[in-house]
Design a protein around this ligand. Sequence first.
Ligand SMILES: C[S@@+](CC[C@H](N)C(=O)[O-])C[C@H]1O[C@@H](n2cnc3c(N)ncnc32)[C@H](O)[C@@H]1O
Length: 185
Amino acid sequence: MAKRVCPWWLGYLLASPIRRLMCDPAKVLAPYVREGTTVLEPGPGMGFFTLELARRVGPSGRVVAVDLQPRMLAGLKRRAARAGLLERVDARLGAPDSLGVADLAGTVDFVLAFAVVHELPSMDVFFQESAAALKEGGTLLLAEPRGHVSSIEFESELRAAAQSGLNPADRPKMRGNHVALLTKA
Ligand SMILES: C[S@@+](CC[C@H](N)C(=O)[O-])C[C@H]1O[C@@H](n2cnc3c(N)ncnc32)[C@H](O)[C@@H]1O
C-alpha cells in the first residue's frame, strides 16, 4: 500500500518557531553534530532541523538534505539563504524509492531521520542506503512521532535497520516521539 507523504504546505507548520517549544533542534542535535561533520538528512521538509545542522557543522562541514517534494526543498533553500547558511546545504531532490546518495558512500558521520521513515515506500531500502552512506562508527538518529507510528511499528523499523547493520546504541527520551540512536558496526 502507498504511504502517505506529508503535504508540502504542512512544511510551513513543521518549520515554525512555535515547534521549538516542544522540540528544540539545538538540544536534539548537540550530542551528535560538531564542526566539520558530514550529515545526511532524508526528508528535511522546509528545514526545521536543517538550519541548526548547518550552523553546527560550520564552514568545513556539510548537510546533504534529500526530499521528495520540490516545494519542501524550495522552502528549505529560501530559509537557508536568509540565514546565510545555503553554502553548507546540498539540497537534493530524491526519487520516491531512493535517496540517490550512492556518491556519499562511507563519508557520512551522522544521519538524521526525523518523522520520515514511516512515509517511505521501503524502509529496507532506506536503511541500506543510509548504512552505505555512513562511515564505520557513524550514527543515525531515528525519531518517529507517536501520533503516526505505534510502538510495534517502531520496533519493526529497528529490526529493518539491524538487517542493514545499524544497531541501537541508545534510546534517548523525546516527548511525543519514539527515538533510537543507531550505530554502524
Ligand atoms: C513529516 S515531514 C518531516 C520533515 C522534517 N524531518 C521535520 O521533522 O520537520 C516528512 C518529510 O519527508 C519527505 N519525504 C517523504 N517521502 C520521501 C522520500 N521517499 N524521499 C525523500 N523525502 C521524503 C516529505 O516530503 C516531508 O518533507
